[in-house]
Design a protein around this ligand. Structure first.
Ligand SMILES: [Zn+2]
Length: 155
């Protein structure tokens, strides 16, 4: 049940596969084959994967900013949004900058009037921009950074 975390990590630029339906054995097989790190909230899966020598991370916390901090601490992930690296949270494909004239019919008039930078997912064609929701994104990342500092006290 790490769907939200998956979306965050993709937006931060990381290549993340997600499944809530695959069997444990299949997840382990995919992680092995594609040399992926396995993130899970399932203790049994965590034990199995670890026993197989996979790089596995068990996520205990519930709040999104805490999960992000834990993953950042373990894997040295940068908690800064950079659209040049960002992936579509739905498709895990890198978003591309797009001229605003090309998305005129895809966003609200007010959005079009207010913003000049837009990105699009080449897969699902979803358009992204740093709109009002961006404040919330920044806040969550700031909270995650504060959590991270607590996890990694300076010495
Ligand atoms: Zn997409």
């Amino acid at each position: 049940m790490l769907g939200k975390l998956t979306r965050w990590l993709r937006m931060l630029g990381y290549n993340v596969k997600y499944s809530s339906t695959l069997e444990d054995a299949q997840l382990i097989k995919i992680a092995e084959k594609e040399r992926r790190i396995l993130l899970t909230r399932d203790l049994e899966l965590y034990r199995q994967a670890t026993a197989k020598g996979l790089d596995t991370f068990y996520i205990e916390t519930r709040a999104e900013e805490e999960k992000l901090a834990e993953v950042a601490a373990r894997f040295r992930i940068k908690l800064d949004m950079d659209m040049a690296r960002s992936r579509c949270p739905n498709c895990n494909v890198k978003v591309k900058p797009i001229f605003k004239e090309r998305i005129v019919d895809k966003v609200e008039k007010s959005t079009y009037a207010h913003y000049d930078e837009f990105w699009q997912c080449p897969e699902c064609k979803q358009v992204y921009w740093q709109g009002a929701h961006w404040k919330k994104i920044r806040e969550t990342l700031e909270m995650a950074k504060e959590n991270l500092e607590r996890l990694e006290p300076e010495d």
